[in-house]
Design a protein around this ligand. Structure first.
Ligand SMILES: Nc1ncnc2c1ncn2[C@@H]1O[C@H](COP(=O)(O)OP(=O)(O)OP(=O)(O)O)[C@@H](O)[C@H]1O
Ligand SMILES: [Mg+2]
Length: 273
């Protein structure tokens, strides 16, 4: 599986090399400060996990990386050059691809068409049909190589499982030469087995040299694939540790919010009889 992804890997990527660097990044939506003082680096061949509760600022952070929203404070550098993306297209041109939980695919479209969505091969100019046969073949081969068995490449992608859909989206990003892969809560809606498949492909993308940003609520999933962990709380970074500096227990305790849980347990203890 890893070999499959390696085939398309950018040979210029070196493990640990910083692809994205954020310094003191902040974002205000009018009067609301969604994010402030964020320092973070996304390294090639590494998974950077961003954890946090609802409203912590995770989506805001990846929206800045993926060009959907501009930052209002601090600097963002890609390959050492300062950037201020005006659109997702600009981020994509820098090799930054984002797989959204729900927006990754168009449910009623065929699997192969989703694979090429936005990157269709033109058959020539003018009015020549797209190279449909060729695209079907590539999508079919790529998915088979990844061990994703689709009965028919022409079936609507909505008929695949959530995990398979995530994998199609990851395969697509890697095939089209992404260097940074942002996964927004890829396992949030999945069962144990499907989460396992997505985590495997996340690790494969990492091993192919991509810089992966893995957003999740789940410290167990993060710890299975992560090299680096960042926890956000109310728009601020409350933990920033390399794998060697933190245990799963510490991560879980920090995510659960030890003190808040104790208070909650006290409150609940008074109501359950
Ligand atoms: N477009 C927006 N306009 C105004 N406020 C926003 C906007 N987007 C996010 N916010 C605010 O910014 C804060 C962080 O939101 P964000 O969506 O980044 O959190 P999150 O960590 O992704 O949460 P979740 O786990 O629920 O997805 C929240 O207080 C939210 O209300
Ligand atoms: Mg979010």
């Amino acid at each position: 599986m890893t070999d499959t992804l390696n085939e398309h890997a950018d040979p210029t990527l070196h493990k640990g090399e910083p692809l994205i660097q954020m310094t003191d990044v902040g974002k205000a939506y009018g009067a609301i400060r969604a994010l402030s003082g964020i320092n973070l680096s996304v390294g090639a061949g590494e998974v950077t996990c961003v954890l946090g509760d609802n409203g912590a600022g995770k989506s805001t952070l990846i929206k800045i990386m993926s060009g959907l929203h501009g930052h209002t404070e601090g600097t963002v550098k890609v390959d050492g050059q300062e950037v201020h993306f005006g659109s997702p297209r600009e981020a994509l041109d820098h090799g930054i691809a984002t797989v959204y939980q729900d927006l990754a695919v168009v449910g009623l479209m065929e699997v192969w068409r989703n694979f090429f969505l936005g990157s269709e091969m033109a058959g020539g100019y003018p009015f020549a049909p797209m190279k449909v046969g060729h695209m079907r073949e590539i999508a079919d081969t790529e998915l088979k190589k990844m061990g994703i068995t689709v009965k028919d490449i022409n079936q609507p992608i909505g008929t695949l499982s959530g995990g398979q859909r995530q994998c199609v989206a990851i395969a697509r990003a890697v095939y089209f030469g992404a260097r940074v892969l942002i996964l927004d809560e890829p396992t949030a809606a999945l069962g144990v087995k499907q989460s396992g498949v997505v985590l495997k492909y996340t690790a494969a993308a990492r091993d192919a040299g991509l810089g992966v940003v893995f957003i999740t609520h789940n410290p167990h999933h993060a710890y299975l694939v992560g090299n680096h962990f960042i926890i956000l709380k109310l728009g601020k970074r409350v933990l920033d540790k390399k794998r060697s500096e933190v245990t799963l227990e510490e991560l879980t305790a920090e995510m659960a919010g030890g003190r808040e849980l104790a208070e909650l347990s006290h409150e609940l203890g008074q109501t359950v009889r």
